[in-house]
Design a protein. Structure first.
Length: 260
């Protein structure tokens, strides 16, 4: 519990520093401006996260590639997103967070997700449950896909035509199969809703570790299902990601499989 409290303190300190740079009137002018604004915020947040998290697990290495995918070498790693949803922050939108996840042998074991604009704090530890502001979370108990709120989104910009085709086909299929389909970024801000039960399904056709590790642990500890798009257990080497209410996994896999 002490270690989780230290992780919480770190994401809150970093989040509050970035919140002080937030303005609803922010309007970047071009791609270069976007990259510069995001990098400036990332640098500030990362300095705080490194300073506060490095002593918590001194042997843990840092995943330096914020857009990285695939398996990490064995051992402990910090997988963080210094401003998850950075594109929203720099456009004056409030849907962003700071996340920090301790990963051990490619499995997330401890995470904290802080939403500075609302003050909400999501935490989870392996075997210890998932919580929002200290309240235990429970994934949705729905069993009917036609009654389900589902969602997806890009993992990163410039993913390529093949991935965009898969996203489009899956969204079209889900529009016919589910109740409502959300397409938004970042992934974590949909996954926290899957963990809390207010959203029923989230899928992504590619994966970025920093966008999925925190949410995967939160959903799993809230009793949700984490698989790939074929229904097999998800791991860091999987090509795609599905988080869902347990009673909807098979139906979601069937729809998304046909859309490939």
């Amino acid at each position: 519990m002490h270690q989780l409290n230290q992780v919480v303190a770190a994401v809150q300190a970093a989040g509050d520093a970035i919140k002080s740079r937030f303005t609803i009137t922010s309007r970047p002018q071009d791609r270069q401006d976007i990259v510069g604004l995001i990098q400036a915020n990332d640098d500030i947040s990362m300095r705080i996260l490194r300073a506060q998290l490095s002593p918590v697990f001194p042997a843990a290495r840092w995943d330096e590639d914020e857009s990285g995918s695939g398996a990490l070498p064995g051992g402990e790693w910090w997988v963080v997103d210094p401003v998850e949803g950075a594109i929203n922050h720099i456009h004056g939108l409030g849907e962003w967070s700071v996340t920090a996840t301790l990963v051990r042998d490619n499995a997330p074991v401890l995470t904290a997700v802080y939403l500075p604009m609302t003050g909400d704090l999501y935490t989870a530890s392996a075997g210890g449950g998932a919580h929002l502001n200290g309240r235990r979370l429970q994934a949705s108990q729905k069993t009917e896909l036609r009654a389900a709120m589902v969602g997806t989104g890009q993992a990163t910009p410039d993913e390529g035509a093949a991935t965009y085709q898969r996203i489009g086909s899956a969204v079209s299929a889900m529009l016919q199969a589910a109740l409502v389909v959300r397409v938004s970024v970042p992934a974590t801000l949909q996954l926290i809703h899957v963990a809390s039960g207010s959203q029923d399904v989230f899928w992504q056709h590619s994966q970025v570790r920093s966008g999925l590790m925190a949410g995967a642990l939160l959903v799993a500890e809230a009793g949700g299902s984490i698989t790939d798009l074929h229904g097999a257990p998800w791991h860091t080497g999987s090509s795609a990601f599905l988080a869902s209410a347990p009673g909807l996994t098979a139906a979601a896999v069937a729809v998304l499989g046909e859309a490939q």
